[in-house]
Design a protein around this ligand. Structure first.
Ligand code: T4K
Length: 369
């Protein structure tokens, strides 16, 4: 069974091109390309409504959002974080001169394990930077409880968590700030993009200053801000993407259900259940390839590639194994046994709107062997 076009782990969801043209015409007519233009303002409002949050600041990408979130809360010293994420999570700490302290993950969710956090707190600890990996919620209550006791800020890297609802509200309302990514590979994309969700208008205002070089008005600069602004092109696409988001999420849900059913009794393949969230977003379909399966994870990865199926090992290697982190005492594998094992076993299978039945059958039959 050999297929002509590769099947990628994801493909961006895009609206019909002709629907984007009128937005481009408006941009051409107004000559307003960026700097808090009309589409930018409309998208902030539309996202607040869609996500049920009060304050959103759009960004050029999620990474600059993370860097800015740490600045906005004036985080310094040491921050407790997870090794099991995309490398941008920890890089945002280094860009702020902050020392990451890696803590192991929970075997059920692969999110930061709250029971391991307290042992890693020192007098220099100022915050917890956790990730809702694959869009599955962290144990936000347990994390907040620890943060309250030790007076720590909590930032969620919610790059995977667009639209996820938890505890009768948006998952993005937990912690002091949540940071989204609207990268091409995400559930909701604006080509490149991101956002910070703030709890109040004052925090949003500080973030809006920081993403615009620190400018408050033409002659006043209050902080060494960065250029993190989203352009009108991305904001316009975002407005259009919102119209199709519910259908895109339904299509993802259908793919998720197919995989889950197909692998339910497959020895050595473990799927993650989306039992914790009220509304899931099916951002990824990770499986763990464990003992009992016919081959190891890398062999399955290779076998799929030979059939032009480009599954991805998110997240291998662990962040703590990259050269700029591995010298840290907390990066030792002995400190991170659960994350280390997961990094050896995980494989994210293709999931995106538009994945055809035939493509899905191909992936499933290869995994089933
Ligand atoms: N925090 C977390 C937890 C994150 O996962 C990420 C990003 C961030 C923070 C940072 O947010 P941003 O600054 O990116 O907004 C991808 C993405 O580049 C990255 O955004 C994402 N996480 C990460 C998990 O995945 P790669 O290196 O795997 O991407 P790439 O280019 O190999 O793309 C994967 C597949 O997607 C391709 O094989 C084909 C398809 N694709 C990709 C692109 C870019 C397309 O079909 N079209 C495209 O334009 O990192």
């Amino acid at each position: 069974m050999h297929i002509k076009n590769p099947i990628y782990v994801t493909q961006p969801h895009l609206p019909p091109l002709e629907e984007f043209i009128p937005y481009l015409q408006q941009i051409w007519e107004s000559k307003c390309l960026t700097n808090n233009g009309p589409f930018h303002q409309q998208l902030e409002q539309a996202l607040c409504n869609y996500l049920s949050v009060k304050h959103i600041s759009l960004f050029t990408n999620g990474t600059i959002g993370l860097v800015t979130a740490l600045q906005a809360l004036r985080i310094t010293g040491e921050v407790i974080t997870t090794p099991y994420s995309f490398v941008a999570t920890a890089h945002s700490l280094l860009w702020n001169g902050i020392k990451p302290v890696f803590v192991d993950v929970d075997p059920d969710t692969l999110n930061l394990d709250p029971s391991k956090i307290e042992a890693a707190i020192t007098p220099s600890t100022t915050a917890i930077l956790a990730v809702h990996v694959y869009g599955h919620p962290c144990d936000v209550d347990a994390i907040q409880k620890i943060a309250d006791i030790y007076n720590l800020k909590v930032i969620y890297d919610a790059a995977h968590a667009f639209g996820v609802r938890y505890h009768d509200g948006s998952l993005l309302s937990h912690g002091d700030l949540s940071v989204l990514s609207f990268h091409a590979t995400k559930v909701f994309n604006t080509f490149e993009g991101g956002a910070i969700v703030s709890p109040d208008a004052k925090t949003k205002q500080r973030i809006d200053h920081l993403k615009n070089f620190g400018f408050v008005d033409e002659v006043t600069v209050v902080a060494p801000g960065i250029n993190g602004k989203m352009s009108e092109f991305s904001a316009a696409l975002g407005l259009l993407q919102l119209k199709g988001i519910d259908s895109a999420l339904q299509q993802r849900r259908a793919v998720d259900a197919r995989y889950r059913k197909a692998f339910a009794n497959l020895k050595g393949i473990r799927c993650f259940s989306a039992v914790h969230e009220d509304v899931a977003n099916y951002a990824y379909f990770p499986i763990l390839v464990q003992s009992g399966y016919a081959m190891n994870r890398d062999e399955l990865y290779q076998k799929l590639r030979e059939h032009d199926i480009i599954a991805r090992r998110y997240f291998y290697p662990l962040i703590s194994d990259f050269p700029m982190y591995r010298g840290l005492p907390s990066a030792a594998q002995s400190n991170l046994p659960v994350a280390s094992q997961a990094a050896k076993e995980v494989l994210c299978l293709p999931i995106y709107p538009g994945l055809t039945e035939e493509q899905l059958d191909t992936v499933i039959s290869l995994v089933k062997g």
